[in-house]
Design a protein around this ligand. Structure first.
Ligand code: S3P
Length: 194
């Protein structure tokens, strides 16, 4: 696939979507293409908490995890523009979603159930998938969360195949979004001139 020209990113690009959608893999490629850093919110949460996400869920519970997740994402959104991969539930928390919508450009990496299932089955470290039937849980979460993910600024379908192709489609959609929202680029010019 032909490589597109570089786009200047006026706000942090926030990847949202289900576990297994490829947010980290695509995010790393996007960051390289955009010439900015890549940050994984889950890794930042683990660093801030000093323990793994599995342990946070087990010891403190999901509500405490969501709280920490919201604080970490809010802090990251205040920092320099970058590409941010969020955990699957982040954009479903109303306050985290509001932060992302106010300060970032959100991209839903949409993938169908079979693809998600094939991807998540490779690792067994996700607390929400540990108990019960993995397919049923993923199917339920996908149904509950899709209307929320659909509030993202940009929606890109992912499929099996080279991550570079998906990254390229995200970049094309990002350029179209920025063309429709010239005020975003103007915001940035104002921010960086002060
Ligand atoms: C979660 C997804 C995980 C992680 C946590 C909760 C979710 O991140 O944040 O296990 O609620 O979907 P990934 O989407 O990176 O797997």
């Amino acid at each position: 696939m032909k490589r597109s020209r570089m786009t200047k990113l006026p706000r942090t690009l926030v990847l949202v979507g289900m576990m297994g959608a490829g947010k980290s893999t695509i995010g790393r490629r996007l960051a390289t293409r955009l010439g900015v850093d890549f940050v994984d919110a889950d890794a930042e949460i683990e660093a801030a908490a000093g323990c793994s996400i599995e342990d946070i869920f087990e010891i403190h519970g999901e509500a405490a995890f969501r709280d920490g997740e919201r604080r970490v994402i809010a802090r990251l959104l205040e920092g320099p523009v970058h590409v941010l991969a969020t955990g699957g539930g982040a954009f479903c928390d109303p306050r985290t979603r509001a932060e992302i919508r106010a300060r970032g450009i959100s991209v839903w990496l949409r993938a169908d159930l079979d693809l998600l299932l094939r991807r998540v089955a490779r690792r067994n470290n996700r607390p929400l998938l540990k108990n019960g039937d993995m397919r049923e849980t993923l199917e339920r979460l996908l149904a509950e969360r899709s209307p929320l993910y659909a509030e993202a600024d940009i929606v890109v379908d992912t499929a099996e195949g080279p991550a570079e192709d998906t990254a390229e489609r995200v970049l094309a959609a990002l350029r179209a979004h920025l063309a429709e929202r010239p005020e975003l680029t103007a915001d940035h010019a104002a921010d960086t001139s002060s």
